[in-house]
Design a protein around this ligand. Structure first.
Ligand SMILES: [Zn+2]
Length: 69
């Protein structure tokens, strides 16, 4: 139920906010390149997810262009 801001005491709000905590970010390592990546996410460095190539990274594109020149 909404309560007007000035009706609740300062301590009430402060005590409630005492339980707000920053969570430690969870991550795993890419099995292809070993880079730390977020779980259930395509690796931004090599573009692999569960051993399958998902996309060509910017770095790979640039090197390919340089080789073609
Ligand atoms: Zn990777």
């Amino acid at each position: 139920m909404p309560v007007p801001k000035r009706k609740s005491a300062r301590t009430v709000g402060r005590n409630r906010r005492a339980h707000w905590k920053a969570k430690v970010m969870k991550y795993t390592y890419c099995p292809n390149c070993g880079e730390p990546v977020l779980p259930h996410t395509v690796c931004p460095r090599c573009g692999y997810y569960r051993g399958i190539k998902i996309y060509i990274t910017k770095f790979e594109k640039e090197t390919e262009e340089l080789l073609n020149e």
